[in-house]
Design a protein around this ligand. Structure first.
Ligand code: NCD
Length: 360
């Protein structure tokens, strides 16, 4: 069983394969019934041991849009509050027969440990300061969609690099895809081993802002810091925030990104949130397509190997193989949609056909 634990473990080709697959799933999401039957009969558990809104909802929607059954595990109402260990919790979930476990945990390395206690595919939805691989994939996807490619692009990641799993995953993914990354922020928010990272360092943002293709702003993570690492939020904004004045110096082609949740008026000024270069909501939209791609690859028939075909081919085969199975339509709107492929008896060859099967 494959897992998705970090970006380092992915070859460039695998990363690109996820992004290509996500393109296909993005197209599905524009349909009136954005659902395909590829994970029918599979069960995905969302085991979030740390707070999350967008990542949890995004995985939840992604799994449902692939027709998987989804079980939500809320820590506040679970037996972990009664002292159950992570291992016992995972073994209990596994014993119920699940195919995938999506894990968010405040301890770095927790998803890796969980792989030792379950046969289900484990997907890291953020572990401590360590990694957040689906965030990196959705960010790469958003940049590719807007700028065509990451090759040679100048990307600044600004803020609390030291405590950020998003920074670690994104630096790995951006550089694998050919971008040049500069990390920006006070020394107190940089990791001790920065020299070993494949990045440049700039203590200020003003020196480099005029040459950027992407300004990636990180959230100030009070909850992951111990004592405050900078004097005040107001000072942070004046030195590192993307203020309106700074945004004016950013090239017209550039993108403004943030993983969310945004502290408005700290990392991004409210006016900058509305700037047409700001793609924060595109990132959120991309998250669902990318997570569909990840779930499909790990739980469905889309497992990666060096000889695997382009997604279009394998999806076409998949469509053909599901063309004769009974429909799983759940939406009342389904009645209004006709399936030309099955009506004409032709072999389904595209996502259209797959969606039609759901819609009948
Ligand atoms: C990030 C996270 O939780 O790691 N947010 C997210 O997944 N949308 C970044 C953050 O918390 O700042």
């Amino acid at each position: 069983m494959s897992n998705l634990l970090d970006i380092e473990g992915l070859e460039r080709r695998e990363l690109e394969h996820y992004l290509e697959l996500a393109e296909s799933f993005a197209e599905v999401q524009t349909r009136s019934i954005p659902k395909v039957p590829v994970l029918r009969g599979k069960t995905v558990v969302l085991a979030f041991f740390e707070d999350s809104t967008r990542t949890r909802m995004s995985f939840d929607l992604a799994a449902r849009r692939l027709s998987a059954d989804v079980v939500n595990f809320a820590v506040s109402s679970s037996s972990t509050t009664k002292g159950e260990s992570l291992r016992d919790t995972v073994e209990t979930i596994s014993a119920m027969g699940v195919d995938g476990i999506v894990v968010r945990h405040s301890s770095s390395g927790a998803p890796q440990r969980i792989t030792e206690w379950t046969d289900a595919a484990v997907i890291n939805a953020g572990d401590g300061w360590h990694q957040h691989p689906t965030q990196a994939l959705l960010d790469c996807y958003t940049i590719r969609r807007r700028l065509g490619s990451l090759e040679g692009k100048q990307i600044a990641i600004c803020g609390d690099i030291k405590h950020s799993r998003v920074a670690r995953s994104n630096i790995a993914a951006f550089t694998k895809l050919g971008a040049e990354v500069t990390v920006v922020g006070p020394r107190t928010l940089m990791p001790a081993d920065l020299a070993a990272w494949p990045v440049r360092y700039s203590p200020g943002i003003d020196e480099i802002i005029g040459d950027l293709d992407v300004a990636y702003m990180l959230r100030i993570q009070q909850e992951r810091q111990g004592a405050p690492l900078f004097p005040s939020v107001r000072e942070y904004r004046s030195l590192y925030g993307l203020t309106r004045a700074r945004a004016e110096r950013l090239p017209a082609r550039a993108l403004i990104m943030h993983p969310g949740p945004v502290n408005r008026g700290v990392e991004l000024d409210p006016e900058v949130m509305d700037d047409e270069r700001t793609v924060v909501l595109d990132q959120v939209t991309a998250g669902v397509s990318v997570r569909m791609a990840v779930l499909y690859r790990l739980l469905g028939p889309g497992q990666f190997d060096e000889t695997s075909k382009p997604p279009e081919t394998s999806l076409a085969e998949l469509a053909a193989s599901t063309a004769s199975s009974e429909p799983v339509g759940e939406s009342p709107a389904a009645e209004n949609v006709t399936s030309t492929d099955s009506a004409s008896g032709e072999v389904a060859t595209s996502f259209d056909a797959l969606t039609s099967e759901v819609a009948v």
